[in-house]
Design a binder for this molecule. Structure first.
Ligand code: BT5
Length: 260
């Protein structure tokens, strides 16, 4: 990837400024630092390779050189968005699924809350992190990692959930910068829907394992089994347990695994 090519491909999108790193630790880390220095709403950090890419709860995200996409948006949430901060990470996952559909004509799904699946395998992940100052949110960093080429997929043995790449599912070469543009454009067109009924409907429609039995691991228990029923208005997952009772789970310290 080269700076001038990226700039050209992103032209016309509402991105006031972007920073490109051939290699960096984590684009989220760069974006949080840039946010603290005053980056404008919609600014973007992109890297070709990450050496300490972050997943949720201290987990790692692998971005190998020349193989995938690692990007982090810096958003300055408005008053309405501040009420729906927890929906920024699903926003990233929805946008990637929509880009997969419009650009590749294949179906992606969202493994609640924010993993991107194709054919029940993980092709991407999202991590939202906030920059706070004096108890006020100053910026929301929306980090998105996507596996594009076959070589972007880490050794399966190192993973707890099966992984894939867009090219493995699409069976053709994909231009990374074209796909980057498709994702950015979906992020910007979906952002105004944050918290709306349309947003929740879109997310519900794309929800993976709906009607299927899964295990939810939380910090308080080591595995609740139940059938996924859908989402409530806050984006919490509704699970129906064996005894028929429905329980909702908040995003955060939760891990979802299907029972195959
Ligand atoms: C995520 O966490 O899936 C969030 C990943 C967010 C990555 C982006 S890249 C740009 C931005 N900058 C960052 O530093 N991060 C964001 P989680 O649900 O916790 O999943 C992490 C788990 O996914 C790891 O423990 C691995 O098992 C697995 N994993 C790591 N790299 C993978 C890859 N390339 N493809 C598929 N699975 C992977």
């Amino acid at each position: 990837m080269q700076w001038e090519f990226i700039k050209k491909r992103l032209s016309g999108l509402p991105i006031p400024d972007f920073r490109y790193y051939p290699t960096t630790g984590s684009t989220n880390e760069e974006a949080l630092n840039w946010a603290a220095q005053g980056a404008a709403n919609g600014s973007l950090v992109i890297a070709d390779q990450q050496t300490s890419g972050r997943g949720r709860q201290g987990r790692k995200w692998i971005t190998k050189a020349g193989a995938g996409l690692a990007l982090s948006f810096i958003f300055r949430p408005d008053e309405n968005e501040k009420k729906h901060l927890q929906l920024f990470s699903p926003l990233g996952a929805l946008a990637v699924c929509q880009a997969i559909k419009t650009y590749l004509s294949i179906e992606g799904q969202v493994k609640w809350p924010n993993d991107i699946l194709i054919n029940r395998k993980k092709a991407g992940g999202v991590l939202a992190e906030a920059h706070w100052q004096a108890g006020q949110i100053e910026a929301l960093v929306l980090g998105i990692g996507i596996n594009i080429s076959l070589s972007s997929v880490p050794e399966q043995m190192t993973l707890r959930f099966p992984a894939t790449s867009l090219e493995a599912e699409y069976h053709h070469k994909i231009d990374r910068l074209d796909f980057l543009r498709a994702v950015c454009s979906q992020v910007f067109s979906t952002r105004p829907l944050l918290g709306s009924t349309t947003f929740m409907e879109l997310w519900t429609e794309l929800l993976a394992f709906k009607g299927e039995k899964v295990i939810l691991e939380t910090s308080e228990n080591n595995g609740i089994q139940g059938v996924i029923k859908g989402l409530n208005a806050e984006g919490n997952l509704i699970l129906q347990e064996k005894n028929g009772f429905k329980k909702s789970f908040r995003m955060g310290e939760v891990r979802l695994l299907p029972i195959t």
